[in-house]
Design a protein around this ligand. Structure first.
Ligand code: ATP
Ligand code: MG
Length: 473
């Protein structure tokens, strides 16, 4: 362990160096302590700025947006507590750490209440300082990342709670918006767990019918007789157990939307009645003669290949064409892998809040596993995996071990190749640039040489992605 000795004056404001571990602001009125710590942190690979009091620190923060602020508590003028109070809203992602002598631990506790992450007791020990600062940097990184994701989501085209930035999802959402306004029957096709029901609900929510009922029926869950009666209603005594007249889902959905899930499972005898409704907008209750007319928009979903069913003689061709006036294909998660971080973070926030856990994010390794796993159960499987991880997780980061073992992708083959198909060219460009920069300690000149593109292009991209320093973890 190295203890900290007085040293010569440290320059007040050092710009963030390429390849530095992160930007640290040291605030202490005692010049010796401040300079010594600054020298040591500088040697340890951080970009360091310094300030002798809270007011100067605030000015510094405006210029450098530090990742971590290490502040003394007692200082003339503006003290450490006021600095935290004023500085936090200004630099919401900065992590504050207070440095305090044993005698003032009470004040340190107060500082934590104001939003400081932790405290260090003086005299400082370098190893402890570095460990705590590194943890703080990780926290800052996660906080910035989450804010960036939120920002990106706000900028994009999106519906209620359907998340997805991948071009295939963006196009799907555009189609949803267009089709929602019409009255056209919609067939949503996609593997299990891809979000078909969510999309059906979004179509309803974004239509003129939104204040009318959204009624859902799973066509696979009922016997032939019950399904028919459930859809169209029945007259009293129309079959054993039909004690009274009952209205069906079509009637309940009048003015609104009827969502027919697993539509491929409708038996032939019921298919013809559904076809008639789609053609004539009318039907009779089971066992009745009265013809009912309702205004219902039908949205159907299937995870089967309906066309194949038609060829196999199990689904009426005329009904097939009536249903797919508009067909929406929901891509499986494995061909839009670049949406995985977005979805994982959203589910993480949701389940952390629901379970009252303070989980902040995912470790790099955990995220890599999620990225390359093929997700046969699609978004639902991912959601379940993240929910479980939030509950299992002991620290504030979800780690690989918190994920179900089934979701452990093969990291051995976890090369960029494992992400294809599923990521866009610009995503690949991003990965290539960031990984290369990482391998050459952030030198854009060397990265440019390796990648065979101009240094300016790299700098431009890195800036565009919002990274302030060229080191990427
Ligand atoms: N793009 C998305 N953004 C956010 N959450 C999603 C998305 N897609 C699916 N989900 C979530 O995943 C889960 C499964 O979605 P949903 O029930 O709509 O899938 P489905 O296609 O109807 O599945 P199944 O074929 O098994 O019925 C839900 O909890 C849903 O909220
Ligand atoms: Mg469903």
């Amino acid at each position: 362990m190295t203890s900290i000795n007085p040293a010569s004056d440290f320059p007040e404001n050092q710009p963030r160096a390429e390849g530095s571990k992160g930007q640290v602001l040291i605030v202490d009125d005692e010049a010796n302590a401040r300079n010594a710590l600054a020298e040591l942190m500088d040697d340890a690979g951080y970009s360091v700025s310094t300030a002798a009091d809270g007011r100067t620190a605030l000015l510094q923060m405006e210029q450098v947006d530090p990742d971590v602020v290490l502040t003394d508590l007692k200082m003339p003028g503006m003290d450490g507590l006021s600095l935290i109070e004023r500085g936090r809203p200004m630099s919401p992602h900065s992590t504050f750490i207070v440095m305090t002598a044993f005698a003032t631990i009470d004040t340190a506790v107060q500082a934590i209440k104001l939003g400081a992450e932790s405290y260090l007791t003086k005299p400082l020990e370098l190893d402890t300082v570095i460990a705590i600062v590194d943890r703080a940097l990780e926290r800052t990184r996660l906080s910035r990342e989450a804010a960036q994701l939120r920002q990106r989501m706000d900028d994009r085209f999106h519906f209620n709670n359907i998340l997805g930035e991948h071009p295939s999802m963006q196009r799907l959402m555009k189609n949803i918006a267009q089709v929602a306004r019409s009255r056209a029957t919609v067939l949503i096709h996609g593997e299990t767990g891809t979000g078909k029901e969510l999309i059906a609900a979004a179509i309803h929510q974004n239509s003129k019918r939104k204040d009318k009922p959204f009624i859902r029926l799973n066509c696979a869950s009922l016997s032939e007789t019950l399904l028919e009666s459930e859809l169209f209603g029945h007259e009293r005594g129309s079959f054993t157990g039909a004690m009274a007249r009952r209205e069906g889902r079509f009637k309940q959905a009048d003015g609104g939307t009827l969502f027919l899930d697993e539509v491929s499972e409708i038996p032939m005898s019921v298919q013809i009645k559904l076809l008639r409704f789609l053609q004539e907008r009318e039907f009779e209750r089971v066992g009745g003669n009265e013809t009912l007319k309702v205004d219902v928009r039908v949205v159907a979903a299937t995870n089967r290949n309906l066309k194949q069913r038609v060829e196999d003689g199990r689904f009426r061709e005329d009904l097939y064409y009536r249903l797919k006036v508009v067909q929406l294909d929901v891509p499986p998660l494995r061909v839009r892998r670049s949406d995985i971080p977005l979805l994982a973070h959203a589910f993480l926030r949701k389940y952390a809040a629901e379970n009252d856990r303070s989980v902040q994010g995912l470790s790099e390794e955990a995220l890599q596993h999620l990225m390359i796993y093929p997700w046969p159960g699609n978004v639902r499987e991912l959601e379940n995996a993240v929910e479980r991880a939030v509950v299992m997780c002991e620290g504030d980061l979800i780690d690989r071990d918190d994920l179900p073992t089934s979701a452990h992708g093969d990291l051995q083959n976890g090369s960029v190749m494992a992400l294809i198909p599923g990521v866009t060219m610009s995503e690949l460009e991003r990965i290539a640039i960031l990984r290369t920069l990482d391998a050459v300690d952030g030198s854009t000149a060397r990265a440019a040489e390796i990648l065979g593109i101009s240094q300016r292009k790299i700098q431009y991209r890195v800036k565009e992605w919002g990274y302030q320093s060229a080191t990427i973890d």
